[in-house]
Design a protein around this ligand. Structure first.
Ligand SMILES: Nc1ncnc2c1ncn2[C@@H]1O[C@H](COP(=O)(O)OP(=O)(O)OP(=O)(O)O)[C@@H](O)[C@H]1O
Length: 253
């Protein structure tokens, strides 16, 4: 379990996060939502250990250092929003780096199979021999996600993993994240802009506005027109599909 208490973050002279407190549980996908500039990336980087903060952060009951920032916490697999690179590594080589601690001069058949399996789960099998620098931005981010997942971190922090993806890959990525979160009892916090993806794949939701946590709780309780409309500044309508699923759409859309 990840427990954040009274997190406060300033960047330059600007206070960005104000007294953010919440819990994220193992086996659950926690979606972090909010308008542009509300502080989602800042919060995720703080949880990862990359930004200095005031407050308290505990992972599995142990305090994580917050004051300095700059170094990724060991338990954590972090996928940034921007995965640009000039690396000429192949996709397979890049994903294998997820097993860096176990890699020797020879790569075992099991290690190769694990890479192939991870790539297949994200619909990336056909890219295995391509070079990272020759991929699209969305493809590259998925390759880094495969690398992060292969590490099997206890704490998975993903910054907008589906914003640049087509519909098929959005589904594959979110399904895979959810399946692996449940199967390995990972604690997963994922920044999303798509409210319906949160509705479909998140167990819990954190809603940020102007650097403050406005609401936190089960996805179906938070993802309501009443709570969301004032935060995003548009009227939102909730509809139900023939199969009984709930969808959120801008009013009149
Ligand atoms: N290095 C920085 N120095 C000063 N202010 C910053 C810095 N980085 C971000 N900010 C400010 O912090 C606020 C939160 O930014 P952040 O990137 O966390 O928002 P976000 O919710 O992830 O936005 P988006 O949805 O657009 O990615 C914004 O007002 C932004 O301008």
């Amino acid at each position: 379990m990840l427990q954040a208490q009274q997190l406060n973050v300033s960047l330059g002279r600007q206070a960005i996060l104000h007294d953010v407190s919440f819990e994220a549980r193992p086996g659950e996908v926690t979606a972090l939502l909010g308008p542009n500039g509300s502080g989602k990336t800042t919060l995720l980087k703080t949880l990862a250990g990359l930004l200095p903060a005031r407050g308290q952060l505990q992972w599995q009951g142990q305090a994580l250092p917050l004051q300095r920032g700059g170094q990724l916490h060991a338990a954590c697999g972090y996928l940034p929003q921007d995965c640009s690179t000039r690396s000429r590594l192949s996709v397979t080589e890049a994903v294998l780096l997820g097993q860096l601690g176990a890699l020797g001069w020879r790569v075992s058949a099991e290690q190769r199979a694990a890479v192939q399996q991870q790539l297949a789960a994200l619909g990336l099998g056909a890219l295995a021999e391509r070079r990272l620098c020759e991929l699209s931005g969305g493809q590259r981010q998925m390759v880094f996600l495969a690398q992060v997942l292969l590490r099997q971190p206890g704490l998975l922090l993903l910054d907008e993993p589906i914003s640049a993806l087509d519909l098929q890959h959005q589904v594959q990525v979110m399904r895979s994240v959810r399946e692996q979160t449940q199967a390995r009892q990972l604690t997963c916090v994922v920044v999303l802009h798509d409210l319906n993806a949160a509705l479909a794949y998140a167990d819990r939701v954190l809603l940020l506005q102007h650097g403050r946590l406005l609401a936190a709780g089960p996805a179906r309780d938070i993802l309501t027109p009443t709570l969301l409309a004032p935060v995003f500044g548009v009227a939102i309508h909730q509809a139900h599909t023939a199969s009984g699923h709930s969808v959120l759409c801008p009013h009149g859309g």
